[in-house]
Design a protein around this ligand. Structure first.
Ligand code: F6P
Length: 761
């Protein structure tokens, strides 16, 4: 319809203008034609009655028969009256409606004498605003002047006919215009539809190299080729990241940002902040680094890229360290980015963090047989806090299209909330924990809201392909949504979300490695600090004290090991450090108490002199302490019952620059898809885990070295800069593609052609 108006209106106006401009000329032309026609008709009448008039004028001096003849002549409706003038100019006869005032026109001067009999003369005169015509014909017989026959015509019909003609002409031109416009619109629409379809196909199949047959339409083929070349150029960075081996470092990530996303402002949003200011017992403020895989991964990225990190200010001295805008520059030792703290009330924390996030979504996604709890009050707080953080994002945005990195299950609603306020933003959401299958996810009372919230993202990342598929299946099950499994996208309400696996990682080389003593010194230090013999074998476990980490299962495996292989009695110790976490929740308190009780029971059962098989240290350790521990260990145990990635495994490998040490790793942690050289176990099977530990302790040094070398090479290559680079490159590609699509939309819009976005902003 819009298209029709766009074509019809201007074309109709042009034709009306044309008709208006040309109609007076045309009217004039038609007037002249009709007058000429009347003149010719007068002559015709004269020639047909000439003889009769002469005869009757001679035979009928009273003119009675002439009257009858004249009356017959004037039956023609446009022939008003007829009159007969004598040679001396007197009006002899006339029809009754002859205007007497007219009399006889003046006698024309005589013609020069000639040999040939003179042709009858006639004169034309127009009267009354050209509405009357008098044709005057001379009557002669054998050279004798007999007077003149006058014929009076009514010309008013000419004006009427011209007006009619003008009107018909206008209507005709108008109809013609409509027809031509409609035809043009149909042809243009069909042509452009074909053009847009082909360009769209080329955009979609840029990778496959398929373009339309140039023979069928060379012009479109050329256009499509150009578009394809542009897209190929856009594909290049992705190829670079995936195919070319780049040593990803803070510098190469910075370079990538500058070249691929120039001017883009980076904003990170997470619940946990990277630096917590706490007040010590001595009243002094010091900085704590939280035990958080998310922080371990994101912090080096922000150091490299700069930007703003928005997080909950959870430290008791946090408020003392911020400026008027709640900003503090970090890292404290060498500030390179802004930390924006958001304050939460007790009620908000209870509902949003402890309630919905950690008693609802955490057990829901981790399937470790802890029942998720969903309370409406928690949901209200979750919604409110997501809104609060979305406001903070909008307030921090310095342009309409920042790159926003949303972290984790605390902010499932935030991507859509931000999208509504900043439609051009590139929103990359990363879900750090597993995503369950639709049956499990379906028990969440707010499943649709959560899915819709996440689908506000441009890119949604998980650690593994398996979790991506679970997410797409959940969307498929619970939302009206178009899912493209080939390209791994979900489209709802015109927003396309790319759902991809991006296995997270750690900085390489890790910052905590700097300044570490040699491995021999670490071994000696740690053993001395925990009262172990210098040659004691040491297994380590490093976690947040969380039921998903399988700490009790690990203890059970040690017990089974000692039962089945008593040769390790008195020789092997498991040093388990566990940072207290979410301890106000009953499920966590229970886990922690259970683990402590189990450690005590096993220790009681197997203790010898001052040797204990399990040392449980439930306190927070700073990253450097953790690294010293890793370096001192013979074996590291990661027995998560379910884990998105688990960066402890990668940190252990990174800490071992001596290329020694054994990793026993749960098959249910995402990291087991990458660290294939670890000894992979099922943590629910204590016997199998005990055997893996037994095997690990007996692995020949060359085998340990070979395995560790391979794992280190993977983590060093697929480090956290690589993780960020892949997402940012995809984001840059999508931004460029969105720009091309916007251009095509601009071209297609005036023709009323809809354009379905293939990839979100
Ligand atoms: O594993 C999920 C996660 O959010 C991590 O990203 C992070 O390491 C951990 O949980 C932190 O938990 P919290 O912030 O509740 O202490």
């Amino acid at each position: 319809m819009r298209l029709a108006w766009r074509f019809l209106l201007p074309l109709g106006l042009v034709l009306a203008l044309l008709a208006w401009a040309t109609s007076p000329l045309l009217g004039d032309l038609i007037g002249r034609w009709l007058r000429k026609d009347v003149e010719l008709r007068s002559q015709l009448v004269f020639y047909s009655v000439q003889d009769a008039v002469i005869r009757l004028a001679k035979e009928d001096p009273l003119g009675l028969r002439l009257d009858t003849l004249f009356e017959r002549i004037t039956r023609d409706e446009r022939l008003l009256a007829v009159g007969l003038c004598a040679p001396d100019g007197r009006l002899l006869n006339h029809t009754p409606n002859w205007p007497l005032a007219l009399g006889c026109p003046p006698v024309p001067p005589p013609l020069a004498p000639s040999a040939a009999p003179p042709a009858p003369r006639y004169d034309i005169e127009y009267l009354g605003d050209d509405n009357l015509l008098i044709a005057s014909f001379s009557l002669a017989e054998e050279g004798r002047d007999l007077g003149r026959l006058l014929i009076l015509h009514d010309l008013s019909f000419i004006e009427r006919r011209s007006a009619d003609l003008e009107r018909y002409l206008m209507i005709f031109l108008g109809l013609l215009g409509v027809l031509v416009a409609a035809l043009t619109a149909v042809v243009a629409r069909l042509t452009l539809k074909g053009w847009v379809r082909q360009v769209r196909q080329s955009l979609a199949s840029a990778g496959s190299g398929a373009i339309p047959d140039p023979a069928s339409d060379p012009e479109i083929a050329a256009l499509v080729r150009e578009a394809r070349d542009a897209l190929r150029e856009l594909e290049l960075p992705r190829g670079l990241a995936d195919a070319i081996r780049v040593d990803w470092t803070p510098e190469s990530l910075r370079h990538l940002l500058r070249s691929e996303l120039p001017e883009a402002q980076v904003i990170v949003v997470s619940n946990r902040e990277p630096y917590i200011h706490v007040r010590g017992e001595d009243g002094r403020i010091h900085v704590q680094h939280p035990a958080s895989g998310l922080v371990t991964a994101l912090e080096p990225v922000l150091r490299a890229c700069g930007g703003t990190w928005i997080a909950h200010g959870s430290g008791d001295a946090d408020a003392d360290m911020v400026d008027r805008r709640d900003h503090v520059r970090v890292p404290p030792e060498a500030p390179s980015y802004e930390l924006r703290r958001v304050w939460l009330s007790e009620v908000e924390q209870e509902g949003y963090y402890y309630g919905l996030a950690n008693e609802g979504l955490w057990p829901l996604c981790h399937i470790v047989f802890v029942r998720p709890t969903f309370r409406a009050e928690d949901w209200y707080q979750y919604v409110a806090v997501n809104r609060k953080f979305a406001e903070a994002v909008v307030a921090e945005a310095q342009s309409p299209d920042p790159v926003i990195l949303v972290q984790d299950y605390h902010f499932a609603l935030l991507p859509r909330l931000v999208r509504e306020r900043l439609p051009a933003a590139t929103i990359i959401t990363f879900w750090h924990i597993p995503w369950p299958n639709p049956e499990v996810f379906g028990i969440c009372p707010w499943r649709e809201e959560i899915l819709r919230g996440l689908l506000g993202s441009t890119i949604l990342g998980f650690h593994t392909q398996f979790h991506c598929l679970n997410f797409l299946d959940s969307v498929d099950r619970f939302l009206e949504c178009r899912i493209d499994r080939e390209h791994s996208t979900a489209t709802t309400g015109g927003q396309v979300t790319l759902v991809k696996p991006y296995p997270i990682s750690i900085a390489w080389p890790p910052t905590a490695l700097a300044g570490q003593p040699s491995v021999a010194e670490c071994r000696a230090q740690v053993r001395a600090a925990h009262g172990l013999a210098p040659d004691a074998l040491l297994a380590v476990g490093v976690e947040r004290f969380d039921y998903t980490k399988g700490i009790a299962d690990r203890f059970r495996a040690i017990e089974t090991l000692l039962e089945r292989h008593p040769e390790w009695l008195g020789r092997l110790t498991l040093l388990q450090i566990a940072a207290p976490s979410r301890s106000s929740l009953a499920s966590y308190r229970h886990t922690q108490e259970e683990a402590k009780a189990m450690a005590e029971a096993i220790n009681r059962r197997f203790a010898r002199d001052d040797w204990r098989p399990i040392l449980l240290v439930p306190r927070h350790h700073e990253p450097a302490e953790v690294f010293t521990l890793f370096r001192a260990a013979d074996l590291c145990l990661v027995s998560s019952l379910h884990d998105g990635m688990n960066l402890v495994a990668k940190e252990f490998v990174a800490a071992r620059d001596d290329e020694d040490g054994v990793l026993v790793l749960s098959a249910f942690a995402g990291v087991s898809r990458e660290l294939l050289e670890a000894l992979i176990v099922n943590p629910y099977d204590s016997r199998a885990m005990a055997e893996a530990i037994h095997r690990g302790l007996r692995l020949p040094p060359e085998q340990r070295r070979e395995r560790m070398r391979l794992m280190r090479s993977l983590v060093s290559e697929h480090n956290v800069y690589f993780w960020a680079a892949r997402m940012l490159l995809t984001a840059s590609r999508l931004r460029k593609r969105a720009r091309i699509q916007t251009r095509i939309e601009e071209v297609a819009r005036p023709f009323g052609l809809g354009w379905r976005r293939e990839v979100g902003r």
